[in-house]
Design a protein around this ligand. Structure first.
Ligand code: HEC
Length: 126
């Protein structure tokens, strides 16, 4: 995990926080720390773009190991909800002791920030 993970555009953080508390906390925890004993993954400290993509894949069934309850939970989310909640999640901070040095870059991370337009295009293709 990197300290400088990419954040979202930041214009609907209050809405994102509300969505997170109502839909995600019970599994992923207040700070996105997850619940190891239940196999709910840690989602803090990750790139906005990465989380956004996972959320889309979980929502549209492209991610086959997805948790059924979670898929149901986000079933009705439109792009606005996804954007807001993912933006909020991208700002949840892991504890310092599990954070990589600030200059660490995830080699899997592709350039180019995902945004509502690219997401819409992707949705139209499916
Ligand atoms: C019923 C419990 C549950 C709820 C509610 C839930 N999740 Fe999940 N989530 C899971 C489980 C279990 C996984 C791991 C399995 C999988 O890949 O789907 C997961 C996976 C994820 C991942 C992928 C993590 C990774 O490293 O690839 C993200 C991101 C995520 N959840 C975000 C959210 C957000 C945001 C919400 C609220 C809108 C939410 N989840 C609601 C249980 C839940």
């Amino acid at each position: 995990m990197t300290a400088n993970n990419g954040k979202g555009p930041g214009f609907e953080l209050e809405y994102g926080e509300k969505l997170y508390k109502n839909n995600c906390v019970k599994c992923h925890g207040e700070q996105g720390e997850g619940k190891e004993n239940k196999f709910y993954p840690r989602i803090q400290g990750q790139h906005f773009q990465y989380i956004f993509r996972q959320m889309l894949w979980i929502q549209n069934g492209k991610r086959h190991n997805a948790n059924e309850k979670m898929t149901k939970q986000i079933h009705g989310f439109r792009l606005r909800e996804l954007n807001a909640v993912v933006d909020y999640v991208s700002r949840l901070k892991p504890d310092d002791d599990i954070t990589a040095t600030p200059d660490w870059k995830n080699p899997d991370f592709k350039k180019g920030l995902i945004n509502a337009t690219t997401v819409q295009k992707e949705l139209n293709q499916n």
